[in-house]
Ligand binder design. Sequence first.
Ligand code: GDP
Ligand code: MN
Length: 393
Amino acid sequence: MNIHEYQAKKLLAQYGVPVPRGGIAHSATGAIYQANELGGDKWILKTQIHSGARGKAGGVKLCKSSKEISQFCDKFLGNNLVTNQTGPEGKMVSSIYVEEASVILKELYFSILLDRTSQKVTLVVSTEGGMDIEQVAEEMPEKIAKIRIDPSVGMQPFQVRQLVFNLGLPNEAVDSASRAVMKCYRAFRDTDANLLEINPLALVSGNKVLALDAKMSFDANALYRRPEIFELNDKTQQDTREIHAAEHDLNYVGLDGNIGCLINGAGLAMATMDMIQHAGGKPANFLDIGGGASAQRVATSIELVLSDDNVEAILVNIFAGINRCDWVAQGIVDLLNKRDVDVPLVVRLSGTNVEKGQKILKDSGKKIITAETLSDAAQKVVVEWKKSKGKSG
Ligand code: GDP
Ligand code: MN
């Protein structure tokens, strides 16, 4: 689960991480009020969406008057902001964070993430802050330094010094940076975060560092014990397909191919997607209907998969243990009775009540392509998809 920058900064501030003073606004009037509260004559206005690269997209601006603040708010509030991370439709801006402007001496990069390969928390720094870290990693990997933390030992002070040393800071700033790193680590650990990224971490006058940007995301499986974090969830920033699925207690994962997948169980889903790829197709998504799915639930699931515009063929692959093939089949037929489905539909049923299920599909007289095995199903759905698109092979 992701949160907004202003929420992450508030959280980090609670752990003592230095952040600029700021206030959140939902209107131009509110933003002017926040600027007045902060005082001074320059403010940084920042659109709040779950995406980075807002700066490049115009969504971060230094303002010097009420008029400039108003203009910025009117331009963005209530509209979608498109960045190179949001996808073409962008994300809705419903709030703007107003911060006191800082004089930046140097922009640095700092992040903490959970590295699943080494099974350790990894801290990353770079002198090349403010820019895309992937680009730095590719073009000048020597500018990136990392340390790994053994979770059973925890972070050691010498590791922090080692890490911060790579930032080439003036001696007087090393202390401020080291303390910021330690506090960020505590915040990361105590909130079950899986990512904390500060880009840029700025060196400002007085040999201090300041977190000018903050991105945090959290382990969804730990949210049950972090209600104060779960509270920060902003549904307007989530994929609408995933929200809709969650409302029906279905697990939905959006991908970028063309074949919609309805499967029971994550393991079977993985195997099915591999088989689709192997057969020359690409999954558009997968939806896990879970165990004991009713006909109604199956119908809802197919509707959800169909609501994805990228879906050009559907594969239903059910290996029924707790599920019942006849209920699944009934769900499919009910949906086809209710609405037209104009993409090829391939169904493979196996397990509990499979004969009953197959009979229901057959007796319906609907255009359903059945398959016997997983590889048969994957091949059929790819062939049908290509046929419907007029592609050969
Ligand atoms: P992002 O583009 O979504 O990652 O948004 P950031 O919060 O990183 O802001 C983009 C850029 O705006 C930063 O890299 C800084 O160069 C600049 N910026 C952000 N806050 C300040 C500030 O307080 N003062 C100045 N001068 N620039 C800032
Ligand atoms: Mn940034």
